[in-house]
Design a protein. Structure first.
Length: 82
């Protein structure tokens, strides 16, 4: 882990395309601005961990708890307009 000291307005460059700027510091709170390419996902850690937990729970769900597949069954009749 790299540990840096930065002041408001100072930046850190990650790789060639990610720029992190210290926007402000107030007490124990730091506001960061992050510039990254459009395809790079950026999450707060607590959100990322919650999504990961939900994904694991969904993957571990029992097969019988999921809707049954009706492969090969005929599609339902279209609605009749009146």
């Amino acid at each position: 882990m790299l540990i840096l000291t930065r002041r408001p307005g100072e930046r850190v460059v990650i790789g060639d395309q990610i720029l992190v700027t210290v926007m402000s510091v107030s007490g124990h709170t730091v506001r960061l601005g992050i510039e990254a390419p459009e395809g790079v996902s950026i999450y707060r850690e607590e959100i990322w961990l919650a999504v990961e937990k939900e994904n694991r729970a969904a993957a571990a769900a029992a097969a019988d708890a999921l809707p049954s597949s009706s492969a090969g069954a005929e599609p339902p009749d279209p609605p009749v307009e009146g």
